[in-house]
Design a binder for this molecule. Structure first.
Ligand SMILES: Nc1ncnc2c1ncn2[C@@H]1O[C@H](COP(=O)(O)OP(=O)(O)O)[C@@H](O)[C@H]1O
Ligand SMILES: [Mg+2]
Length: 306
């Protein structure tokens, strides 16, 4: 099956894929916070959960909806799609089904949303590769551990065995090649250090140095990262994030330092992504400027008439 010829035109929606072929690095956490951050900034966001087993992103938005309903409030929600994995014995058949479901999901959202955030599983699969080849921005969260670095480039005490491009990096480089052939598009690959410890250890410094070295070789950028904070995980059952008004929901009106710090980190992450500003986000700004203009004209005329 030629997936390239059937690939939907995604240029109208900016696709953010959160992926790394390593479990537990924070893919779903980053997908959740990026989505809520963009929604709070006024963008129209769609989400796709490709993790057909864990469905963390799907659960989070189910919890969010249910919390809002029982609290009698409204919360920003993305247009969400959870994909199912093909379960027939015929692999080719599964691919066709998965591709069709994915293309249908994209088709429904591509013209109405400015951003599509795709959360992915940790295993290499057809859907995961498909998502990579559509990515405009690829965020790979990584923890401060050589085990995490090893999926990008082989870590070894023997210099001769060190530095070979490892499986996941290879997958991204391949997706980049494919992407260039199809629409000359670029994948902006951003490595995000996640669960960074409050105190920088020697090990963390060594890891930061090896990531910087790899950045040139594999052509990715690095983001400042998110610290290990309870607030990034404790609100999952009620589908809230540090960006939400949890001070009203749970803390008697007080913003904690940890909430403020988490908000700042998410804001910085979104800034680092340098996402394109367009669509309602931009027209929203234009509408406000227009309103300012009309209001000041009104005041000028009123003052003159006095
Ligand atoms: N910055 C963070 N601070 C605290 N806990 C985190 C942070 N990022 C992720 N976690 C926790 O780490 C675990 C794995 O994160 P998750 O987002 O599910 O990873 P993945 O989707 O890559 O498997 C979860 O228990 C999550 O709540
Ligand atoms: Mg996950």
């Amino acid at each position: 099956m030629s997936t390239e010829s059937q690939k939907p035109d995604l240029r109208s929606a900016h696709v953010i894929v959160v992926a790394n072929e390593k479990g537990g690095t924070g893919k779903s956490t980053v997908s959740i916070h990026t989505t809520v951050g963009l929604l709070k900034a006024g963008y129209r966001v769609a989400t796709i959960d490709l993790d057909t087993r864990q469905r963390t992103l799907t659960r989070f938005f189910e919890n969010r909806l249910s919390w809002a309903e029982q609290a009698g409030t409204t919360l920003e929600m993305p247009f969400h799609h959870a994909l199912d994995r093909g379960d027939s014995a015929d692999l080719g058949d599964n691919e066709t089904r998965e591709f069709t479901a994915f293309a249908n999901a994209i088709e429904q959202i591509e013209h109405d949303y400015e951003f599509v955030v795709i959360d992915t599983p940790a295993s290499d699969s057809y859907l995961m590769r498909l998502a990579h080849s559509l990515a405009d921005t690829l965020i790979s969260p990584i923890n401060d551990s050589f085990i995490d670095v090893d999926v990008f480039s082989r870590v070894h005490h023997d210099r001769a065995k060190r530095g070979a491009i490892a499986h996941y990096a290879d997958l991204v480089l391949e997706a980049r090649r494919r992407r260039r052939q199809v629409d000359a598009g670029m994948i902006d690959w951003v490595l995000l250090r996640n669960r960074v410890a409050a105190l920088q250890s020697n090990n963390a410094k060594q890891i930061a140095a090896s990531i910087e070295k790899l950045a040139t070789e594999l052509q990715f950028r690095t983001a400042e990262g998110l610290h290990d904070r309870v607030i990034f995980r404790e609100l999952f059952p009620i589908g809230l994030t540090a960006l939400d008004a949890i001070e009203e929901a749970a803390r008697g009106g007080v913003l904690t330092n940890s909430q403020l710090a988490a908000r700042q980190e998410i804001g910085e992450l979104i800034e680092t992504l340098r996402l394109p500003v367009r669509g309602p986000g931009e027209s929203h700004i234009a509408a406000r400027h227009d309103w300012f203009e009309r209001m000041s004209r009104f005041y000028r005329e009123r003052d003159r008439a006095r």
